[in-house]
Design a protein around this ligand. Sequence first.
Ligand code: ADP
Ligand code: TZP
Ligand code: MG
Length: 249
Amino acid sequence: MDLMANVLLAGGASPAMVHSLPEINDFTPHTDALLINIGTLSEAWLPSMMAAAAAAARSGRPWVLDPVAVSASDFRLNACLQLLLLRPAVIRGNASEIIGISNASRVQGSKGADSSHESVEAIDAAKSLALSSGAVVAVTGAVDLVTDGKQVMAVTNGVPMLQKITATGCAVTALIAAFVAVTPQRALQATACALAVFGLAGEIGMATSRGPASLRMNLIDSLHGMDEEAVTSGVNIQHRASADLSPQP
Ligand SMILES: Nc1ncnc2c1ncn2[C@@H]1O[C@H](COP(=O)(O)OP(=O)(O)O)[C@@H](O)[C@H]1O
Ligand SMILES: Cc1ncsc1CCOP(=O)(O)O
Ligand SMILES: [Mg+2]
């Protein structure tokens, strides 16, 4: 929650972390987008998540789902399948998470929040999930892939060290929600841009980092200090044919 909120602030958004059911009606009118992250899912929080997603959907606000460790337990998988019925605008996960939620069954060998697959292995699952749910689906990894079920965009910004900081996936999903809030009618492009900007912040931050802890700090600083010139010269977003999904320079 710390990294997610700080990434949102550095990116120019205004986060509020809310768990309580009685607060949803008060918060919803003030939101431009909602993020549901099941990282620390509990029986007590699930009804709030369902109610918040329903309130967002009812009022035409985009909401974004991060299915953290969806394959690790039946409880998480069933919660995600219920949440999917409330029509998220975007779903962002690592490859194992997207394969699990797309197949509506737990990936064998899944041990938790980290992926045991490459993003390119999840492209068919991502497309199928996008078509069945109506959401834009993003799979992150060495190359980030974003699809609406037809088009595929590939983002190659980022550094491997991002995997060594907990909640970078959660944080980039939060940034996606902020970008989608600005251009809700262009969720595919907003998602690709958020992934590219986050990855670029990682690249810039890595230049002055010694390891995960300093990268965590420098990532936030880089995002905060990023100007238009840095974005336009640094982002790497391409349309990709399905047959050509390997990382490119
Ligand atoms: N090998 C890699 N090279 C560059 N960037 C990466 C690599 N692996 C992950 N990332 C980046 O790290 C962030 C978190 O992605 P990921 O590790 O897939 O999510 P999660 O933390 O949910 O498992 C994303 O911005 C992604 O692009
Ligand atoms: C370690 C852990 N356990 C529950 S949530 C969480 C963080 C997951 O973050 P990410 O999906 O960004 O790796
Ligand atoms: Mg994750």
